[in-house]
Design a protein around this ligand. Structure first.
Ligand code: AHR
Length: 532
């Protein structure tokens, strides 16, 4: 009696303390999730550009994060830091959207070419009002892309620039004829034309990019789409042709998507677009008070997961509009800004959008990547915001120090899905219940890579209960499944310069029996396995 009466409140207290710290008590497993993988029915190709990145002139996203200058004691190649390049090569970044964001509609490319010592100092009014030295410009961007092996995605200035300025930039970058601008590029160190895979026709023109009505934007967009040409002969037609992405969804209003798609359907020969963008951030609470990036428990975790699940509805709504005008799915949906956006870390410049990156964010990354892959017939690209030191970053730096984030590890684990063929899976996700919210507990995606290997990604969203997944595979006699698992003790676990391995993948395997495979996923975990 006495023993019980003392222990019971102590257990309650321990549970409360554990929940407050984000260290959650283990709970019994939920019933197994039955997962059927139609391994013999490959579907649409998962465009590797779904794993794209976004690097804006914002905080230390470029300066300090990528560019340290050739004279820096931080090891670099032509001013681009080598540790960051090495980290990014490992996740096989397909493309980098640049220079903004809102910054893109303030950017005047001529400030960023030619001898660096002679480049003007300008201002970055959107992000902290700091001085923009223009040391990282067109040549440095393409050098960086070459070092990491990624394609270019240029967001051109529709808001404060002119059509002629944009047209000149593309002539400068892509002309193979000896025009004055192409000769200027050669004098600046690059005689051969650059390749530009994507051209963004403005950024958020409904907001920071000019606050235009949808109809007004469409008229502007047509002129930019008409005159901003790619002169590189290998990019004028066929699979290498540059793709133009128009501004779409404004986080609540589909007017842009509708207006752009209607114009596309009625278009004349002189202009075209290949994609419409969708910007959708995960805001755990409200825009005014988004919530902390670390130092939270299950409450903020569940809110973050709930908020990120809105992406499913956003994609469905935009896809429905696009289907109306384009049932053959010629135009792609490009989620070219997404990710979790929290309050800035205490003590940092609020205009620099610097935030920690936790296990919660890794799970958010996996859920969104799974969603994009599941919609691969329409979603052809996505760019997480942002690659280095800003919002949901891959890498954080501080002077010479660098650490890989939880989200980075998801991107590394998902490399086998680049350009793989989606394989249908069916399962009942079950429920992760937290207070009033009822969230899907398990998520999964499968694909076959170009060598025919079968890959399976699984997420256990439940913060407390392990998930047992019983997978069956139509079309193959599955004998083994091995890969990586990402989890940690707490939902807000994160890597720091002092503890860089707090959230890191570890080997993981399923148990095969009679052609099926059983996986035991710990609470709050992401797994990727190859099934043989
Ligand atoms: O990623 C930060 C900002 O969010 C971008 O500059 C802008 O496009 C969006 O509103």
């Amino acid at each position: 009696m006495i023993r019980g009466s003392i222990l019971k409140p102590m257990a309650v207290l321990a549970t409360v303390a554990a929940m407050a710290s984000g260290r959650l008590p283990a709970q019994p497993a939920a019933p197994p999730t039955r997962l059927e993988v139609q391994a013999n029915r490959p579907g649409p190709t998962i465009n590797r550009d779904i794993f794209g990145q976004f690097a804006e002139h914002l905080g230390s996203g470029i300066y300090g994060g990528i560019w340290v200058g050739p004279g820096s004691p931080i090891p670099n190649v032509r001013g681009i830091r080598s540790d960051v390049v090495q980290a990014l090569r490992a996740i096989q970044v397909p493309n980098v959207r640049w220079p903004g964001g809102c910054f893109g509609d303030n950017y005047h490319w001529r400030n960023g070419v030619g001898p660096r010592a002679q480049r003007p100092a300008t201002l970055n009014p959107d992000w902290g009002g700091v001085i923009e030295p223009n040391s990282f410009g067109t040549e440095e961007y393409f050098d960086f892309l070459g070092q990491i092996g990624a394609d270019a995605f240029i967001s051109e200035n529709v808001g404060s620039g002119t059509v002629q300025e944009a047209a000149d930039w593309f002539e400068y970058m892509t002309s193979d004829k000896p025009t004055t601008l192409a000769k200027q590029r050669a004098a600046n160190g690059h005689p051969a034309p650059y390749k530009v895979k994507y051209l963004g026709l403005g950024n958020e023109s409904w907001g920071c990019g000019g606050a235009m009505s949808a109809d007004h934007y469409v008229e502007e967009m047509k002129r930019f789409a008409r005159y901003t040409r790619n002169y590189n002969p290998v990019q004028q037609s066929g699979s290498e042709a540059m793709k133009k992405i128009a501004v779409g969804w404004d986080s609540g209003n589909s007017d842009y998507t509708d207006a752009v798609m209607k114009a596309w359907k009625d278009k004349v020969w002189s202009w075209d677009v290949d994609g419409v963008s969708l910007h959708g951030y995960t805001i755990p609470n409200s825009w005014e008070k988004k919530g902390p990036s670390a130092g939270f428990g299950e409450d903020e975790y569940a809110k973050g997961i709930q908020a990120t699940l809105k992406m499913k509805d956003w994609i469905a709504r935009q896809s429905a509009i696009m289907d109306k005008y384009d049932p053959d799915k010629k135009v792609g949906l490009y989620v070219d800004e997404w990710g979790i956006w929290t309050d800035p870390d205490p003590g940092t410049n609020p205009g620099f959008l610097k935030q920690q990156n936790t296990l919660r964010d890794a799970i958010i990354a996996a859920l969104n990547l799974n969603l994009f892959m599941r919609n691969a017939d329409r979603v052809r690209g996505a760019n997480i915001a942002q690659m280095i030191n800003v919002l949901q970053a891959m890498v954080l730096t501080d002077g010479p120090k660098m650490v890989l984030t939880s989200t980075y590890h998801v991107y590394r684990m998902y490399v086998p899905f680049h350009d793989a063929a989606l394989v249908p899976v069916s399962f009942d996700p079950g429920t992760y219940a937290y207070r009033d919210s009822r969230l899907p507990r398990v998520d999964a995606v499968a694909a076959r890579d170009s060598s025919g290997r079968l890959w399976l990604a699984m997420v256990n969203v439940d913060a407390n209960r392990p998930a047992s997944v019983a997978a069956s595979f139509a079309g193959i006699d599955a004998r083994s499944a091995t890969g990586d698992l990402l989890t940690a003790a707490t939902v807000d676990a994160h890597n720091s310069f002092d503890r860089p391995g707090a959230v890191a993948p570890r080997p993981f395997a399923g148990r095969a029996s009679g052609g099926a495979i059983r996986f035991d996923l710990p609470p709050k975990s992401v797994a990727v396995v190859q099934v043989r």
